[in-house]
Design a protein around this ligand. Structure first.
Ligand code: NAP
Ligand code: GCO
Length: 266
């Protein structure tokens, strides 16, 4: 068995949603390094320009598409354009996501719905658009970016936790419904990763001290550090490659051990 080939993505077409920066960008970079053709989307012109420049600086020929993943018409058109320009999508990473940190009883229903729309309904919409091509092709990999909040709650993130818990179950359902077509659908559950999304939780205090939440997370993580987007690259390649062809409906937590640990005594 050629084990290196098991992890190759040579010639595969990968769509990573919301990959202008952050975790999605790192996953796209990893896939490109393993030979995949990269398609990504974002909503704004500024982010698109900056992303294409950043990919080019890394020698990656990434194809960017303007698309709001909550808009089914936009998504269907984006998938058709990708299939025309690059070929049928072999790998889909449902990465695009937002969070709103608001105490539940202060949160307006429209804010709750927006988080559910982007973090849960959109992975449904994009997967629904991509699966028919995977069935025709005889294989496919879908990777949903879940979260610690697929397993745990915490104050102020009710909408996000509901969405990410639902995304774990959508992952299991796609596995159940399309496994017979050689489509593997798994999740990655990142721990606390240093990206723009978590920047508010790591901000220095006015007196220069570390944010209390920053200190809490480091104490709660056996690895005693925040994760970086690099920490997710290997697990993402594994779940996109032939090395995981019999892994299905699984959420791989890449959290430095948070879920296994009661936390360091203060
Ligand atoms: P981020 O830095 O905020 O990036 C989010 C990405 O999603 C951006 O590219 C954003 O693009 C895109 N996006 C948001 N809404 C969109 C929409 N409606 N249509 C298209 N694109 C949209 O977040 P991140 O930290 O990289 O997180 C990426 C994923 O990992 C998210 O699903 C997040 O929930 C999850 N996650 C993050 C962590 C963490 O600690 N950072 C941990 C666990 C899970 P625009 O420029 O268009 O806004
Ligand atoms: C928060 C954080 C987390 C991380 C991630 C953890 O406010 O608690 O943003 O939700 O983003 O989802 O896995």
């Amino acid at each position: 068995m050629d084990m290196m080939k098991q992890f190759s993505l040579e010639g595969k077409v990968a769509l990573i949603t919301g990959a202008a920066y952050g975790i999605g960008f790192a996953i796209a970079e990893a896939y490109a390094a393993c030979g995949a053709k990269i398609a990504f989307n974002c909503r704004g012109e500024k982010h698109m320009e900056e992303a294409l420049k950043a990919y080019a600086e890394k020698g990656i020929d990434a194809h960017g598409y303007y698309c709001d993943v909550t808009n089914e018409e936009d998504v269907v058109k984006m998938v058709a354009d990708i299939e025309k320009e690059l070929g049928t999508i072999d790998i889909l990473v449902n990465n695009a996501g937002i969070i709103k940190r608001i105490p539940m009883i202060e949160m307006e229903a429209k804010d709750f719905r927006q988080v559910i729309d982007i973090d849960l309904t959109a992975p449904f919409i994009v997967s629904k658009a991509v699966i028919p091509g995977m069935i025709k092709k005889g294989h496919g990999k879908i990777i949903n970016i879940c979260s610690m909040m697929s397993e745990l709650g915490r104050e102020t993130v009710s909408a996000y936790a509901a969405a990410k818990g639902g995304l774990k179950m959508l992952t299991r359902n796609i596995c159940s419904e399309y496994g017979e077509y050689n489509i593997q659908c798994n999740g990655i559950g990142p721990g606390y990763i240093a990206t723009p999304q978590t920047a508010p939780l790591r901000e220095r205090q006015p007196d220069g001290s570390r944010h209390p939440f920053d200190q809490f997370i480091v104490a709660k993580t056996p690895a005693a550090r925040w994760g970086t987007t690099d920490d997710l690259m290997g697990p993402a390649v594994f779940l996109a490659s032939d090395a995981s062809n019999f892994v299905n409906g699984h959420v791989l937590y890449v959290d430095g051990g948070i879920l296994a640990y009661i936390g360091k005594q203060p």
